[in-house]
Design a protein around this ligand. Structure first.
Ligand code: SAM
Ligand code: DTB
Ligand code: SF4
Length: 335
């Protein structure tokens, strides 16, 4: 396996590979922590000089009542966490754009919008999604949508509206997947990713740890991601937020060092992708988050809420980034 040494840390020294084996990934994931961190930092400093962190803000446009049975998700109608008796909460275009403007003013440069859907449906709600995407882009923000499966035609309309990126996570390994979701297959997921790519939209694709999976499953998930050619432009690494009323409600919080290992390994495997430290930051603590930044996380979800659960406060995140001595990417590019 190619290993960089300090003198090799140049952008030219970065090697992109798409032929990883699960064993090789596992070997990285289980390395002595100091070696793993060193290797990840070498790759990160070579591929993305300057420790710049992108702030991505998240808004749930359509919340709850989802047909899929994802075991981790508070928005599945199969889980008692879902507010089934209530009418669906759906934001309209102007409200969403007001949130986007506020996120920009707070310092975000990417605005991500979520719909709790199995798949995108045509009609007024899709027209509204297109208007939201173009409105967000007109503000000078990157726009990301996560809304389940889509058709080639919908992908192309989203591309025409200016969508920067589509988020569709693999969530876990192909082997563990059926323990978590039964209403759609891994293959469905991969097909959607292909449609997004074919339309010329960037891919945001990652997963979740802390759902009872093994190290082998984590290695297998990272291996699938790292063999997508080209690599997903952004890779969210989530720690399970165990929400009451979901089948995973009793699972204990992941060891923060497991997140550090996932981030570091993702960085080594996908040197130029944005590795986003996503759900579960509230349980990580300051030092573990700083280790994740050092290991190559170069984006966070920024704002007091994720989709239905809470996220660290913006002031706390500003302080964290200042303490870590990293720059916010949009501020860095304005220099
Ligand atoms: N329905 C769409 C889909 O599944 O692609 C979009 C929304 S879905 C909520 C987006 C992603 O959020 C999921 O793929 C999952 O990775 C993540 N997620 C959802 N609930 C979570 C939880 N409780 N803890 C950690 N990540 C979670
Ligand atoms: C991703 O990987 N994580 C975000 C975003 N993409 C859409 C969502 C996290 C959701 C956490 C649970 C909630 O707030 O409902
Ligand atoms: Fe939740 Fe998305 Fe699964 Fe629906 S498809 S239950 S919104 S993760």
């Amino acid at each position: 396996m190619t290993v960089l040494v300090a003198k090799d840390v140049t952008p030219e020294s970065v090697v992109l590979r798409y032929d990883w084996t699960v064993e090789q990934v596992r070997e990285l994931l289980e390395r002595p922590l100091m070696d793993l961190l060193w290797q990840a930092q070498l790759v990160h400093r070579a591929a993305n000089p300057g420790y710049r962190v992108q702030l991505a803000s998240l808004l749930s446009v359509k919340t709850g009542g989802c047909q899929e049975d994802c075991a981790y998700c508070p928005q599945s109608m199969h889980n008692s966490s879902d507010n089934q008796g209530q009418p669906e909460l759906v934001f309209q275009v102007q409200t969403v754009l007001e949130h986007a403007r506020a996120a920009k003013e707070a310092g975000a440069d990417r605005f991500c919008m979520g719909w709790a859907w199995r798949e995108i449906r045509d009609g007024t709600q899709f027209e509204a999604m297109l208007a939201m995407v173009s409105g967000v882009r007109e503000m000078g923000l990157e726009a990301c949508v996560t809304a389940g499966m889509l058709t080639d035609e919908q992908a192309s309309q989203l591309a025409d509206a200016g969508l920067t990126s589509y988020n569709h996570n693999l969530d876990t390994s192909p082997e563990y997947y059926e323990q978590i979701i039964t209403t759609r297959t891994y293959h469905d997921r991969l097909e959607t990713l292909q449609r997004v790519r074919s339309a010329g939209i960037s891919l945001c694709c990652g997963g979740i740890i802390g759902m009872g999976e093994s190290i082998e499953d984590r290695s297998s998930l990272l291996c699938v991601l790292a063999n997508i050619n080209p690599h997903p432009e952004s890779v969210p690494i989530n720690a399970l937020v165990a929400v009451e009323g979901t089948p995973l409600e009793d699972l204990s919080t992941v060891d923060p060092l497991e997140m550090v290992r996932m981030v570091a390994t993702a960085r080594i495997l996908m040197p130029r992708s944005r590795v986003r430290l996503s759900a579960g930051r509230e349980q990580l603590g300051r030092e573990a988050q700083i280790l994740c930044l050092q290991a190559g996380a170069d984006s966070i979800f920024y704002g007091d809420r994720l989709l239905t659960t809470s996220n660290p406060h913006v002031e706390a995140d500003r302080e964290l980034l200042a303490q870590a001595g990293v720059q916010v990417s949009c501020e860095a590019t304005e220099e």
